[in-house]
Design a protein around this ligand. Structure first.
Ligand SMILES: [Zn+2]
Length: 508
């Protein structure tokens, strides 16, 4: 197969090291890219069965969404409005539920139609008793649809209710509310041994072969959501099984304050001292990393999965990405199931990242288009542990790529002296994607899904979700509403002095 573009971005690399070819193509054989270069040369050099691309499109590596929870049907669709994360983690327990297979297929559709070919899925089960079923159904959907996935199941064993002692918090609640809350929390508890068993089975089921679309990771929910002994065991487990580690970290100021109040240290410093950080570790969010934290992350070789939309939506803040890049920390881009337009459009997400990282001041140096595109491609490949297999269109890599309608992006006119990478970042949307190819297989082409029955999946989403709320969901919504004032009381007065990286505004 030959895939042709008016432009072909074969590699996005900061510092002017990107490779953008004009009237170029790549040749794919058995899912692997075997050649890339000028279209006419490749056409002469290779005999191909099929040719894709009109020659008027923009060809680039498939995007990598490096942190997600598999909610392609989003929280607001399921009845949950955005709020501060410390409350949100409870609100989402009262969302409407979909069958995991249907949810996963819809999530895949939302990604591939907008040019994302790999998703890092940090899976939270709806109850420990259903964990295996939900995991198997999710992985079955990704296999059936042929989408690339870095899968991990969440693990936590403390701070189910607040960033502190659950027992003390429960004791502070009115009797009936405490009892009902404790009962729901109990359903989320999974013994460590069971979690270890699941990771071990997954590692056996999905060895990291070059032609496998699955990578498995070990996934503590966050520093404060596991005790330190468990974090140590999870690190050992990942090392023994040869798996990467994906965890949330310092997403909100309250997460950082939990460790500071308890140990006089940031959560990142605690993880560093535990020997937990390393090149196989990716940290989702990192919104509240200090400069010292970044030194530790950089020294360890760990990376950060940046969720700009989600951080805004859940009132977590704006992550200091420029500072992370200055520290040479690998950073990826992700929607966290909470894109700014309530979809999975990574082109919009990239644009948001680039607009947020423009500190005021004539001397400030905003993030570059190359940096952002690198984050969403090669850096994402590294963070999802697919490494050099994807993230660029070069011989030897697996063929994950996207064709975008360049005429639409530049309609009716764009000065042709403008760098096409800037045009892409300023103007492209997921809806400009014409074709999505994963592992050499066309999965989406001109509005049609070739591996998913989109009509049937959408009908199934509607069928499962319509109708009145179940009694269980109604009860949970009432409980969460009752819990909220107590959560506000718990965190009241926590916020200490902080020093912003960038002065976005000033009250004095
Ligand atoms: Zn998340």
């Amino acid at each position: 197969m030959l895939v042709r573009g008016k432009y072909a971005l074969t590699r996005a690399e900061p510092g002017g090291r990107s490779r953008l070819l004009t009237d170029a193509a790549v040749v794919v054989r058995d899912g692997t890219i075997v050649d890339a270069g000028p279209y006419t040369e490749l056409r002469d050099r290779h005999t191909v069965d099929s040719e894709i691309g009109t020659g008027r499109q923009f060809l680039m590596p498939g995007l990598i969404n490096a942190h997600h929870h598999g909610f392609g049907v989003t929280m607001i669709q399921l009845g949950v409005l955005d709020c501060c994360l410390e409350v949100h983690v409870h609100r989402l327990k009262a969302r409407r539920l979909l069958e995991p297979y249907t949810m996963a297929l819809y999530t895949i559709m939302q990604h591939v139609r907008t040019g994302t070919t790999t998703v890092m899925l940090k899976h939270g089960f709806t109850a420990a008793a259903k964990a295996r079923y939900e995991m198997d159904e999710t992985l079955r959907a990704f296999r059936d649809a042929g989408m690339r996935i870095a899968y991990s199941m969440n693990h936590m064993n403390q701070c189910y209710l607040v960033n502190g002692s659950d027992a003390e918090f429960l004791a502070s609640l009115p009797g009936e509310l405490a009892a009902e809350t404790a009962e729901i929390i109990k359903s989320f508890v999974m013994p460590y041994e069971e979690y270890e068993g699941i990771c071990t089975e997954l590692a056996e089921r999905f060895p990291p072969r070059p032609d496998s679309l699955v990578r498995v990771l070990v996934s503590p929910q966050n520093y404060h959501w596991c005790d330190e002994e468990t974090l140590g065991r999870l690190k050992q487990l990942a090392t023994r099984l040869g798996l990467g580690i994906h965890t949330n970290l310092a997403e909100t100021v309250y997460q950082r304050l939990y460790a500071e109040r308890r140990f006089g240290d940031t959560p990142t410093a605690r993880l560093y001292k535990l020997g937990f950080l390393g090149p196989e570790v990716s940290l989702a969010h990192g919104t509240w990393l200090t400069r010292e934290d970044m030194d530790l992350v950089a020294t360890s070789g760990a990376g950060v999965c940046h969720n700009a939309s989600s951080n805004l939506r859940l009132a977590s803040g704006i992550a200091p990405v420029l500072e992370m890049l200055r520290h040479n920390i690998p950073v990826g881009i992700c929607t966290d199931s909470q894109g700014i337009n309530d979809d999975e459009d990574m082109y919009t997400e990239m644009r948001l990242v680039s607009k947020l990282q423009r500190p005021p001041g004539i001397e400030s140096e905003p993030i570059t288009a190359e940096q952002v595109l690198h984050m969403a491609t090669a850096s994402g490949a590294h963070l999802t542990t697919f490494g050099d297999l994807i993230g660029a269109l070069e011989p030897g890599r697996r063929a994950d790529m996207v064709l975008l309608d360049w005429d639409r992006i530049t309609h009716p006119f764009v000065d042709d002296e403008v760098d096409p990478l800037e045009v892409l970042l300023y103007r492209a949307r997921g809806s400009d994607v014409d074709t999505t190819i994963i592992d050499g297989r066309v999965v989406y082409h001109e509005g049609r899904f070739l591996t998913v029955d989109a009509g049937a999946v959408t009908r199934e989403v509607c069928r499962q979700l319509q109708g009145p709320l179940t009694e269980d969901r109604r009860r949970r919504r009432r409980l969460v509403a009752q819990l909220e004032p107590h959560l506000k009381r718990f965190y009241g007065g926590w916020r200490g002095e902080t020093t912003p990286y960038y002065p976005y505004h000033s009250a004095s």
